[in-house]
Each structure stands twice: as structure tokens, then as C-alpha cells.
Design a protein around this ligand. Structure first.
Ligand code: PMP
Length: 401
């Protein structure tokens, strides 16, 4: 009886694979913030990676029109012809990529789901994926859930947060199957140059590796910086898997809509996985996404993107002027990456004290990797009122240290 009970208990345990996942410290901060809100303290949130603005009304109208027209059924797993055509047209005009919408593109439920499909399509159990340290918090858990092993290769500050050939060489083994990088980078705000990409492309072509490029921030690069897809480099078309979407640049994070592009072989594998796992991206979100990518609506977004650039510059300049803080202007993306080493605090201690004393949330740099525990990340594309207030609170907090 005792033995039987034990067996039943074991069966009711969640899977070790899921139990082993680290709790995100962003969630910990969010939990603390909601406890404070429940207790009546208004908390200013600079931790979530989203802009102040809601989705543009014209994009919402396209979704309503799709609903009214009865567009409420599953779409092909690859995506609707109209959405795929809109993605391919945008990839051509904005990114210089000439892709077949019927073979080399797939609709995904946001960039994260594109990452899951691309990892499942390319990794065998135990295959290694080189990732940046620091990097987006979900990469390592997602690679592990897909059977792979993340191998962190540090982006060193002395090298302008770029991988050298030696950095990549030290991370390579016989099990390396792919390199995953993000540009514009979350959290660093770095936009990889052609030379940076050439380092990755050379290693990938020499060693026969896939390169998964997280390009979710590609539309939001600042000043003279421009995003270059690694797929445009010589010999990279069969190696590169690009992940894009509307989450960030069109404020569409709740729609769960994005797209991936790669060789026809990789995309057809992702399509079969999609058939079984999710069926398809939402029909309504695809209609909205196609509208978002149209030249008319993209042109309408341009002034807002300019304003985001001004907000990023403002936050970086204001905080960099404080003697205890250091911030380089972001080259792209949504974040100010703030060096707090002169305060003597770890990123977790700084974040928790800032929340307790100034009722504002940021993300501790240690969340993104072992090498960045003396940094914090602050979302800079909140409303002007919020960022002015947030900057004032951060300065007052640093003054008192
Ligand atoms: N990649 C990076 C680098 C991100 O910052 C985010 C959002 N925080 C995502 C992927 C997730 O994108 P999506 O919501 O489209 O899945």
C-alpha cells in the first residue's frame, strides 16, 4: 500500500523538465509591484518591454473587418496567402530579401513561437546552441525545452558587446548546431554592424551551422543605425532563420502575431510542426498583421518611431549625466541599459530598493546573464510623462545612495 501511494504521488508530480525551469526574476519584480498596487501604492512600470501606445486604430479596423467578413476559421498552417504576401513584400522592400511567400515564410504566434518552431525544426536532443550572454530571458529555457543545450558566449563590454571569432571559437564543440543572436539587442540596445554579422556568418558557413536571428526590434533602430538581416550576407540563405513580428514596433504584443523566414526545407519542417502544435496563427491577427505591414500603415508609424528614438535619447542622456549611473545611447530597441556599478549594489538589490523607495520597476541586469549583474534595464518608450517622472525618481534614488 505504502509503495503504491508513493507511485501515485510520483505520477502526480509535474514533469522534471518544467520544474527545473528557473523562475524569471522579472516575474518576481512584477509580483512585488502588484502586491504594492493592491496595497494602494501606484507603481510606475519600466520593466515590461512594451511602448506606451496601443495598436493603431487602422490595424484594429482591419481585424474588425476580418471578423465581420466571417474570417473566423483556421488558416493554412503556413499562414493566409494575404499575410504571407504582405510579409514577403515587406521583407523585400525593407530588408532587401527576395523570398517566396509560398515556400520560405511562415506565420507565427509572435517571435517566441517562431523561436520554438525553429529550434524544434533544427535541434536533435543534446545539440548545442550558442547564445549571447547577456540575452533575452527566454532563450535558454526555450532551447532546453526543445531538447537542446544553451552555451553562453559572453558579449564583452571591452569589445563593444560584439562577438569576436575567438569568442565563438571557444564556444564551439562537435555538438554545436546553431547560433542564436538578437539584433537590435535586448537588453543592450546594440545594433550589429555588417562586420559583426560577418564574424557569425563565417563561423556558420565554415562549420555548417544554422543561425537563428531574433529580429523582433528590426524596425526600431535609431539615428544612422540600420538593421541588416544576416540572411543577406553571401552564402547565408540556407543557414539563416529570421524571426520578425509586430509585437514591438506596432505595439501588437497581445495579438501574438509574427513571422519567420528561412530556406524552403526549414520552413516546410516548421509548417508540419505548426500543423500539430498550434494549427495556425490566429486568422484575425494575420489580417491585422497584413494591414500593419502595408506601406500606408508603416508610413503612418514613422513619426511615432521617431518619437521613441527621442524618448530613448532623453532617458539615456539624463541618466548618464548622474555621477552614479552610466548609459550609452541605445542604437535600437526599447531600453536604456544602465551601468550601476558605481552604486556598489547588485542589480537585484538596486531593483528591489528602487521599488521599495520610489515605487518604480526596472529589470535587474543579472536576469539576462552572469556577466551583467552591475546593470539594470529600463524601458524607455513609455509616455513622456512617465519617463520624465521615472528619470526624476531614479536620479533622486541614486542621489540618496
Ligand atoms: N525576443 C526578444 C528579444 C524580445 O525582447 C521579446 C519580447 N520581450 C520577444 C522575443 C518576444 O516576442 P513576441 O512577443 O513577439 O513573442
Amino acid at each position: 500500500m505504502q509503495a503504491m501511494l508513493k507511485e501515485v504521488d510520483r505520477k502526480l508530480q509535474p514533469a522534471r523538465r518544467a520544474l527545473g525551469l528557473p523562475q524569471s526574476s522579472t516575474v518576481r519584480i512584477a509580483d512585488l509591484a502588484s502586491a504594492m498596487r493592491r496595497a494602494g501604492t501606484p507603481v510606475l512600470d519600466f520593466s515590461a518591454g512594451r511602448a506606451a501606445e496601443a495598436t493603431d486604430a487602422a490595424i484594429c479596423d482591419a481585424a474588425v473587418a476580418a471578423l465581420s467578413a466571417g474570417d473566423t476559421h483556421q488558416t493554412p498552417a503556413r499562414g493566409t496567402p494575404a499575410y504571407l504576401a504582405a510579409c514577403a513584400a515587406k521583407l523585400k522592400s525593407a530588408n532587401g530579401l527576395d523570398l517566396d511567400p509560398d515556400a520560405e515564410v511562415i506565420a507565427t504566434m509572435g517571435c517566441k513561437q517562431g523561436l520554438v518552431l525553429s529550434l524544434m525544426a533544427t535541434l536533435d536532443p543534446g545539440d548545442e546552441v550558442i547564445v549571447e550572454d547577456p540575452c533575452f530571458v527566454s532563450y535558454a529555457p526555450t532551447i532546453e525545452l526543445c531538447g537542446g543545450v544553451p552555451i553562453a558566449a559572453t558579449l564583452s563590454r571591452d569589445n563593444g558587446y560584439r562577438w569576436s571569432r575567438e569568442d565563438l571559437g571557444a564556444a564551439l564543440t562537435d555538438r554545436t548546431k546553431a547560433i542564436l543572436y538578437c539584433s537590435p539587442h535586448n537588453p543592450l540596445g546594440v545594433v550589429h554592424t555588417l562586420e559583426d554579422l560577418a564574424v557569425i556568418a563565417d563561423v556558420a558557413t565554415e562549420r555548417g551551422l544554422f543561425v537563428i536571428a531574433d529580429e523582433i526590434y528590426e524596425a526600431v533602430t535609431w539615428h544612422d543605425r540600420r538593421h541588416t538581416p544576416i540572411a543577406t550576407l553571401p552564402g547565408m540563405r540556407d543557414h539563416a532563420i529570421g524571426l520578425m513580428g509586430m509585437t514591438k514596433s506596432y505595439s501588437m504584443g497581445g495579438w501574438r502575431i509574427g513571422y519567420a523566414y528561412a530556406s524552403a526545407d526549414v520552413i516546410s519542417t516548421m509548417v508540419v510542426l505548426q500543423q500539430h502544435l498550434m494549427t495556425c496563427a490566429s486568422s484575425i491577427a494575420q489580417a491585422a498583421g497584413a494591414a500593419a505591414l502595408s506601406p500606408e500603415i508603416t508610413a503612418k508609424m514613422a513619426p511615432l518611431w521617431q518619437d521613441w528614438q527621442a524618448r530613448c535619447d532623453f532617458v539615456a542622456e539624463e541618466l548618464d549625466a548622474h555621477p552614479a549611473l552610466g548609459v550609452s545611447p541605445p542604437e535600437g530597441g526599447f531600453y536604456a541599459w544602465i551601468d550601476i556599478s558605481r552604486t556598489g549594489l547588485t542589480s537585484q538589490a538596486f531593483t528591489e530598493a528602487l521599488l521599495a523607495e520610489k515605487s518604480m520597476t526596472v529589470v535587474p541586469g543579472g536576469t539576462f546573464g552572469a556577466s551583467t549583474d552591475r546593470f539594470i534595464r529600463m524601458t524607455a518608450v513609455k509616455s513622456w510623462d512617465d519617463i520624465r517622472e521615472g528619470v526624476a525618481r531614479m536620479k533622486a534614488f541614486a542621489d540618496a545612495l
